[in-house]
Design a binder for this molecule. Structure first.
Ligand code: ZN
Length: 243
């Protein structure tokens, strides 16, 4: 089975469509949260995910957009985007977002936004957080954890007493084995690793491989939509730099 794994789409429909086109015929689409926030097309992104039957989890921006998290936890630009999103999504979009679970387990895989220790909020960027998350992943009966939130393509894999840590580039492939691993596809809608192309990963459960991918999309089109609806200029500008 071939599964496209997408995270942190952030209402960027142009980027999402570029990724889905690049993925081509896949058996499933999994999403790792932050479907909305920052970008201009929350309804369009949720419609597309519903069309492809995406399975996935809730991110902190999704929780805030439906009123489950106070906006005071976010910086000023993020807060403005969340408030804009709250005021513009259709009721059925809101219901779809509100119904997203915090963790999905499809053994040997498990999906989460932040970490398996703290599903919505914890950023897994350091080895210590990765180690703790791997323990919780194993407790869930899973071996391969898929997470987002940091917007950075990453791999953390148990390796004896140590930990293999990598920032996989476009085209990097890893073969899964019995070692528990955490994998982050990077962000579709707002990459933060200095590369503006949309990031995603392809999971092949037959070959037991994971391949990280980047795809260029029409950034100017998303920026024009953001400016037209009055989202903060800084959020539009950063897309050019992947920061
Ligand atoms: Zn995010």
């Amino acid at each position: 089975m071939r599964i496209a794994v997408l995270s942190d789409i952030h209402s960027n429909l142009v980027a999402l469509d570029a990724v889905l086109a690049a993925a081509g015929a896949v058996d499933r689409v999994w999403q790792l949260g932050d479907v909305v926030g920052y970008g201009p097309d929350p309804d369009g992104v949720v419609d597309r995910l519903r069309e492809v039957g995406a399975v996935g989890v809730r991110g902190n921006h999704d929780a805030a957009a439906v009123g489950r998290i106070d906006v005071d936890w976010f910086n000023a630009d993020a807060r403005r985007a969340i408030e804009w999103t709250r005021g513009h999504v259709r009721p059925d979009t809101r219901t779809w977002l509100a119904d997203l679970p915090e963790i999905v387990v499809e053994a040997p895989f498990a999906l989460v936004h932040g970490s398996f220790r703290d599903p919505v909020w914890e950023y897994v960027t350091q080895s210590s957080a990765a180690r703790a998350s791997l323990v919780h992943l194993t407790d869930l009966g899973a071996r391969s954890g898929l997470f987002g939130h940091t917007h950075l393509p990453s791999l953390f894999r148990a390796d004896g007493d140590g930990l293999e840590v990598d920032r996989p580039a476009d085209g990097a492939t890893v073969t899964l084995d019995d070692r528990p691993a955490l994998m982050n596809p990077g962000s579709v809608g707002q990459p933060r690793d200095g590369i503006p192309e949309a990031a995603w990963l392809l999971l092949d459960t037959t070959a037991r491989t994971v391949t990280w991918h980047r795809i260029a999309y029409d950034i100017a089109a998303t920026q024009a939509r953001m400016r037209a609806v009055g989202l903060p200029e800084r959020l539009a500008a950063r897309l050019d730099f992947g920061l």
